[in-house]
Design a protein around this ligand. Structure first.
Ligand code: FAD
Length: 325
């Protein structure tokens, strides 16, 4: 049965995040001939309409209120709720990003909806929409279906293929000005200070080179950064490395850090504690470099290199430079 589907498009630095396009792919499949609406917030919203249309949106609701230029829970909550009330969708999708993880449960609670969070796949089986999500910190996966009522889910980045760009697609556009209850806007963002330099977004990176306590110092991350730069990837870390002060907690991958699903994950000097595996074990190819042949990380690795990371990583970089030119 065709459905009216709404997605909230995640924006970072005035650009659409890949997960917005991945949500559109899910929306198109679920809509089954119905209408797919994308809503996008902030002053850059109108510039993103074409890209949303090219990836599956039939209708785009831009909300350009200046209060939405930086994410705050209160402003996004009020704006998203008004969009939902206007669209009256049968299904809603957001990315399982910092934004989606914060705003979606609030919306679900306020509107009395169920929420399936952190979906790694969505498929239609015998007319039923089946959502797969990890449980027990990624040790197992559960399949869920919504029996009745509105479908609401967050989609884990990098798990679902976006639709190929179709430049012949167009979308109708609606500019919505939301009215805020100012008393309920309890946070004002005065300035955003980036901890890390601009680079590839860790949670959407296709290649992640991660360091653990084995890197031994802040400087120990330099060869990892060089390898990541060469492969167009991002650097991540274990909590061991963050706790030791070798890097910022923004790089932490795992149960209490970021969840990543790159095409290639290179773990350097990481033992492979279950809490770390929870954040990376779904990566498509895992390479582990560790001097301890018994390290747990080798249990999940597709390729294991037993050796000193300070010898192996520069050698790998040199060899890859020859191949990649
Ligand atoms: P270690 O376990 O100390 O491993 C270091 C590894 O480096 C060793 O295997 C060693 O053989 C290897 N090594 C040393 N020198 C070299 C060298 N020169 N070359 C090659 N290899 C070398 N951890 C996370 O990562 N993410 C989380 O989100 C997270 N959440 C947690 C939540 C809770 C509630 C708890 C209790 C723990 C959590 N942890 C998390 C911590 C986790 O349990 C581990 O302590 C942590 O992952 C260990 O980090 P590590 O592998 O870098 O360090």
């Amino acid at each position: 049965m065709s459905k009216n589907v709404l997605i909230l498009a995640d924006v970072r630095d005035k650009k659409l995040r890949n997960v917005a396009l991945e949500c559109l792919a899910v929306a198109r499949m679920i809509a089954d001939g119905g209408k797919v609406t994308a809503t996008v917030f902030g002053s850059s919203a109108k510039d993103l309409v074409e890209q949303l249309a090219h990836h599956g949106a039939d209708h785009v609701i831009t909300v350009s209120n200046p209060e939405l230029d930086q994410y705050t829970s209160d402003a996004y909550f009020q704006a998203f709720k008004q969009v939902i009330e206007k669209v009256q969708p049968d299904a809603i999708f957001t990315g399982h990003t910092a934004v989606g993880r914060d705003v979606s449960p609030r919306i679900a609670a306020r509107l009395g909806l169920g929420l399936i969070s952190d979906c790694t796949s969505v498929e239609v089986q015998d007319g039923k929409i089946i959502f797969t999500r990890p449980i027990y910190a990624g040790k197992a996966f559960v399949k869920k279906a919504v029996k009745e009522g509105l479908i609401f889910a967050t989609i884990r980045p990098n798990n679902i293929e976006a639709l190929a760009t179709d430049t012949s697609r167009t979308a109708t556009v609606e500019d919505l000005v939301v009215s805020f209850d100012k008393d309920l806007l309890r946070t004002i963002v005065k300035e955003v200070v980036r901890k890390t330099a601009d680079g590839v977004d860790l949670s959407e990176a296709r290649v992640v080179v991660s360091g653990g306590r084995g890197v031994k110092s802040e400087d120990g991350f330099k060869p990892l950064q060089e390898l990541a730069d060469l492969l167009g990837g991002a650097v991540g870390a274990s909590r061991g490395a963050c706790d030791a002060g070798y890097c910022d907690y923004g790089l932490q991958i795992g149960q209490t850090g970021k969840v990543v699903t790159p095409d290639l994950y290179i773990a350097c000097g990481i033992s492979g504690a279950i809490q770390h595996l929870a954040g990376m074990s779904n990566s498509k190819v895992i390479v582990a470099i560790n001097k301890d042949p018994e390290a747990n990380i080798f249990q999940v690795a597709d390729y294991g290199i037993v050796g000193d990371l300070f010898e192996v990583v520069p050698l790998l970089t040199e060899e890859l430079k020859k191949v990649l030119g």
